[in-house]
Ligand binder design. Structure first.
Ligand code: ZN
Length: 414
């Protein structure tokens, strides 16, 4: 199947691509730094005076940085080669001058990114590099200056050169006879997802390790071909996740998340979502909105999919696919029921971007709430994870057994 861009990822951005390149050694790091290893960011300082704000990051070696601007919300994006961020947990959370907050992390293999949310429109008015006081490290300074809305908009729109998709989907292998299951650990890299109140446990890490267990369980059965949208701490856009599932001609797509809710230790339990234009309730709609912001968090503008199902065949396919998605969601809830604490309405629907492939049955599992200590304890427990993964693999077996029975295909299953 040709790899058709199914979603347009538009990054409306890039001010006159300010590129600063440094000769890798002039101010470069001490002897410890090997040529191939990523630069280490050991400290960040944000200073402001009047109309200017300076963002200073201390790096173990010089790197090439590229900046761009994005609107709604107003952001400055700094693209870097891979950088290992060794920063305190609270880095980026407090407002200073023109910077409301900033995030950082791996954006794609070999590429890191810093996304600053602005308090008001601002331009990058300078980018410099200088050795730090010890001479062993390099300080990269990015200076922001206040600007007018119109000027900011023009700079953000005029030069779309930084348009780059996120990590390439991992799904280009040829199909074997077994059903293909795409497991989709939510978030990743620069997008941490939800976090526990302590801030030390992140959704992106938790769902990746859960997804890896699920993959192993399903792979060990020998009955399925398993693909992951990501298998490391890297950002993958929502569009790329869907595109990868379609390119792999996946027979099932399982997205794994763990939610968080403010002000409610008592809100607990697991929920299975399927895609729908209409949300089953206001909470589901809010959750879908939150999850759909993942691209904006990473500084990628994803345009709504052009799958407004104009075509009657597509609509029929979508209807059939939604039926399969519902069927699988029902089986999942049935299996989870005996081993997990379920949300009071465990199968819900909402307009999740990641569940919009019209021809791949798709569900999104919210394993529980990181905001609930009881859920968090379960999510971290090996025993609980093993039980959940087993329940899911039983649901998968039953789902495919029923599908193959219906088609009259030779049993792939025991
Ligand atoms: Zn999530």
């Amino acid at each position: 199947m040709p790899f058709i861009p199914y979603i347009r990822i538009i990054s409306m951005c890039l001010m006159a691509s300010l590129v600063a390149a440094w000769s890798g050694h002039a101010h470069a790091a001490g002897e410890g730094a090997k040529a191939g290893s990523p630069a280490i960011a050991a400290a960040v300082a944000v200073e402001s005076d009047g109309a200017k704000t300076r963002f200073k990051v201390t790096l173990s070696k010089a790197v090439t940085a590229q900046v761009s601007l994005m609107e709604r919300p107003d952001r400055v994006i700094i693209d870097l080669p891979e950088v290992a961020f060794h920063l305190p947990q609270e880095a980026g959370r407090s407002r200073e001058g023109l910077i409301a907050s900033y995030r950082y992390g791996l954006f794609a293999p070999g590429r890191s990114r810093v996304v600053m949310e602005l308090t008001q429109p601002a331009m990058v008015s300078g980018m410099t590099t200088a050795p730090d006081a010890t001479g062993a490290a390099t300080i990269l300074t990015i200076e922001l200056s206040r600007t007018e809305r119109e000027e900011f908009r023009r700079a953000a729109v005029e030069n779309p050169a930084a348009k780059e998709a996120s990590a390439a989907p991992l799904a280009q292998e040829t199909k074997d006879a077994r059903p293909v299951i795409m497991i989709d650990p939510g978030h990743g890299g620069i997008d941490p997802g939800a976090n526990a109140s302590s801030g030390s446990i992140l959704e992106k890490d938790l769902v990746l390790s859960f997804a890896q267990r699920l993959r192993k369980k399903l792979e060990d059965s020998g009955r399925y071909k398993i693909i992951m949208t990501r298998d490391q701490d890297v950002f993958v856009s929502l569009g790329d996740r869907v595109r990868a599932a379609r390119a792999a001609q996946a027979d099932l797509f399982i997205s794994v998340h763990a939610d968080s809710i403010s002000g409610g230790q008592e809100v607990r339990g697991l929920t299975v979502y399927t895609g729908s234009e209409r949300a089953s309730d206001a909470d589901s709609a809010r959750l879908a909105d939150r999850e759909n912001k993942a691209d904006a968090v990473a500084g990628v503008e994803s345009v709504d999919m052009p799958d407004d199902v104009s075509d009657i065949l597509m609509e029929l396919t979508l209807r059939e696919t939604r039926g399969f998605s519902h069927n699988f969601a029902g089986r999942l809830v049935g299996e989870f029921d005996s081993v997990a604490r379920l949300n009071k309405n465990p199968h819900r629907q909402a307009r999740f971007q990641v569940l919009r492939a019209h021809d791949v049955p798709s569900v999104l599992v919210e394993l529980g709430y990181l905001s609930s200590q009881k859920d968090l304890d379960l999510l971290m427990s090996e025993e609980w994870r093993a039980k959940m993964v087993s329940a899911m693999s039983v649901a998968v077996d039953r789902f495919f057994a029923a599908r193959f029975a219906r088609r009259g295909t030779a049993a792939v299953l025991p």
